[in-house]
Ligand binder design. Structure first.
Ligand SMILES: [Zn+2]
Length: 283
């Protein structure tokens, strides 16, 4: 469900939902211009962001943030890099690109028919120019952004972005509203609950949370999704301990109400790999 314009979600803070994939792009205004959060699927889509920012706000883009490494949030980076705009992102994005995005991008560029819905011919992988390894405050001039690298969850590259004066969080795909949270491409279903718990300690009930896909949610939404993640992690640990094969795992009606069976299978594959590697905690 794409927006035809920017939606104000707080003082000088905007969200725009773009198709394909209903991906959220954020925008934070400051005295030096706009800070843009996430860059969509390819350079042409990133150009659309640049045009839409110019049209609505008539300010330069001062900085770009990536919420995590996945293609729908980073494959437009190169346009901003070419313009000399700094790109902030989790310090492990470069490694994630090498392990996941680069092999997939090369395969699709060599054989576009393998994923015909992707328009990646022009994509040149561009990792953040400002890698973030610990909680960092970025001074925009008259307001601050807090960048908080999260533990392994949706990926090992998730970055929570908080705008304290507006009470707004951009959380990437650690939270999804328009569809269920996605596994695969380097997800950590067993670490995810701990990530949400660590975030809940920082999130106030009046804060507004912008998911990577979907409309703004609140703290209660995160708590409810945490309960499902806890149940999923317990299901996977129990099944793994009982040596139940991935395809034989039984899921509760509650889990199947949030995730289609094939999503849960992806979670099980990733979860089992981590349990085999790291023992019973899986992380
Ligand atoms: Zn996404």
């Amino acid at each position: 469900m794409a927006d035809s314009t920017w939606t104000q979600v707080g003082e000088g803070v905007y969200q725009r939902r773009y198709d394909p994939m209903d991906v959220s792009v954020g925008l934070v205004l400051g005295p030096r211009g706009a800070t843009v959060i996430d860059t969509r699927n390819n350079p042409a889509e990133a150009q659309e962001i640049i045009n839409d920012v110019a049209q609505q706000f008539a300010v330069p883009i001062a900085a770009v943030l990536n919420t995590h490494a996945h293609y729908d949030h980073t494959f437009g980076n190169q346009l901003f890099a070419h313009a000399g705009i700094p790109i902030y992102g989790h310090h492990l994005i470069t490694r994630h690109f090498e392990n996941f995005e680069r092999p997939r991008l090369l395969r699709v560029q060599q054989d576009p028919a393998s994923e015909p819905d992707k328009s990646w011919a022009e994509v040149a992988l561009t990792p953040p120019s400002v890698p973030i390894a610990e909680s960092t405050t970025v001074d925009l001039g008259d307001r601050e952004l807090q960048l908080i690298p999260l533990g392994p969850g949706h990926t090992e590259t998730d970055l929570a972005i908080f705008i304290p004066d507006a009470g707004i969080w951009f959380l990437g795909d650690i939270i999804e509203e328009s569809g269920p949270p996605m596994f695969g491409s380097g997800s950590f279903p067993l670490g995810w609950p701990e990530v949400l718990r660590s975030l809940l300690k920082l999130i106030d009930p009046q804060h507004v949370l912008i998911p990577g896909h979907g409309q703004a949610v609140d703290r209660a939404f995160v708590s409810a999704q945490l309960a499902r993640f806890d149940e999923l992690a317990q299901t996977l640990r129990t099944a793994h301990a009982a040596s139940i094969a991935v395809d034989e795992i039984q899921y509760s009606a509650q889990l199947l109400a949030l995730w289609p069976h094939e999503f849960l299978r992806e979670a099980a594959v990733d979860g089992y790999a981590q349990l085999s590697q790291h023992g019973a905690s899986g992380v």
